[in-house]
Design a protein around this ligand. Structure first.
Ligand SMILES: Cc1cc2nc3c(=O)[nH]c(=O)nc-3n(C[C@H](O)[C@H](O)[C@H](O)COP(=O)(O)OP(=O)(O)OC[C@H]3O[C@@H](n4cnc5c(N)ncnc54)[C@H](O)[C@@H]3O)c2cc1C
Length: 374
């Protein structure tokens, strides 16, 4: 039986960030990861993640993404490798659509720099797009993408360098709150920790059965399309984008570390169980994305070079859960990142460290309370 100050279940996107921020503050942390650090079975597969600041989902996220952006840059310096590539970002769709309205509102509320562009201006600046005349966009130059494996490895390496233990290939089977400490049972051993953070992604409901959280895990797919002329889709020429279109909430990123342009649909995906996911990619998984590319991105061929499966863990309102376990100030839960959490990882790590050590945080996280579901 080994004793630690703080245990973390999951060393994926959020668990790695929490481990880093706690270890940096001098706390003795142990983190459990059922697979290896960085893998394809949870919510961080697919090489890259968009970071958007003009947050159409709600202006409340803007202070968090601004802080996350700062922290990604700090982490880049510590790690010595580029983590964030800025390309600018377009929230795009038919005039007056909610994505463009929401992005514009977020910019105005938080005084972010933005441009409100009509279809003609969009196609002139980024000739890869051929969009309908009635489309418009909110363009924010701060947006870009993050390199997933480097980001998670940077957090884990930083945590290990400050003394954190990261147990890979060790699955937490259950935990028991014993009042002043928590006993963690894994498939290898039993550990005692003073406090616990649960960052188990799509496996959260399995570990927190008693809470009956309304989380739904969905099977999501991404595809990499071969461009006719790769030079038209490099990060200097092609921004990240997200659209509200007939085909869905189709988004895409420029070429990076792959000969294909990555695109996916934020909507849809069949509900699944994280241990029973159909991991075989079918071209029919991305029919809407293909239709979108055919209509609006003529520089892409219909040839899919690669397709990948990933998991969303959705809350009913698609806002996160970052809160104490009900009535327990020594257990904190971070879950339900609803397909848009990656960009926030370092600030979530900071918030989790605040909550578990100080019992409070300076960030505004009222939207993420568990009590909204009960
Ligand atoms: C296709 C797709 C595209 C996305 N695009 C974007 C984007 O562009 N921008 C953005 O910001 N976000 C995006 N997201 C969302 C973002 O990737 C997720 O919100 C984020 O990765 C969730 O982090 P997490 O820590 O909750 O889950 P994960 O990163 O999956 O981490 C959870 C970890 O816990 C481990 N674990 C679970 N149970 C146990 C256990 N019992 N014992 C030990 N270990 C355990 C898992 O193995 C896993 O490693 C996307 C997600 C998907 C699927």
């Amino acid at each position: 039986m080994t004793t630690y100050e703080i245990g973390i279940i999951g060393a994926g996107t959020m668990g790695s960030a929490a481990a880093f921020h706690l270890a940096k503050r001098g706390h003795r942390v142990i983190t459990f990861e059922q697979f290896q650090v960085v893998h394809d079975f949870g919510s961080h597969s697919g090489r890259t993640r968009i970071i958007r600041h003009a947050y159409h989902e709600s202006p409340d996220y803007v202070p968090l993404v601004l802080r996350a952006d700062e922290l990604w840059l700090e982490l880049e310096k510590i790690h010595g490798q580029t983590l964030l590539i800025r390309t600018g970002g377009l929230d795009m769709g038919p005039a007056g659509c909610s994505f463009v309205r929401g992005a514009l509102e977020a910019c105005k509320v938080h005084h972010l720099p933005y441009e409100h562009l009509k279809a003609g201006e969009i196609m002139k600046r980024w000739p890869a797009f051929r969009i309908p005349e009635n489309w418009e966009a909110c363009y924010n130059a701060q947006a870009g993408f993050l390199i997933v494996d480097r980001c998670i490895q940077a957090h884990i390496q930083g945590a290990r360098a400050k003394g954190a233990s990261v147990c890979e290939g060790e699955r937490v089977l259950s935990f028991e709150d014993q009042g002043t400490q928590v006993q963690i049972r894994t498939d290898r051993d039993i550990y005692t920790v003073g406090r616990l953070i649960v960052c188990a992604g799509s496996w959260t409901s399995r570990l927190l059965k008693n809470l009956g959280l309304p989380l739904v895990v969905r099977r999501k797919t991404m595809a990499w399309f071969r461009p006719r002329n790769p030079a038209d889709f490099v990060p200097e020429k092609f921004p990240i984008f997200i659209t509200e279109s007939e085909e869905g909430a189709i988004y895409g990123l420029p070429l990076y570390d792959h000969p294909g342009v990555k695109m996916a649909n934020h909507y849809g995906g069949i509900p699944t169980h994280p241990d029973q996911v159909d991991r075989t990619f079918q071209e029919t998984d991305v029919t809407e994305v293909k239709n979108f590319a055919r209509k609006y991105l003529p520089g892409l061929t219909e040839e899919i070079l690669e397709g990948k499966i990933c998991l969303y863990t959705l809350t009913p309102d698609e806002h996160f859960i970052i809160d104490f376990y009900p009535d327990k100030s020594h257990i904190v839960i971070a879950a339900g990142f609803s397909g848009h959490g990656f960009k926030f990882a370092p600030v979530v790590g900071e918030i989790l460290a605040d909550l578990i050590i100080e019992g409070k945080t300076r960030y505004s996280i009222g939207k993420f309370r568990i009590s909204r579901f009960f």
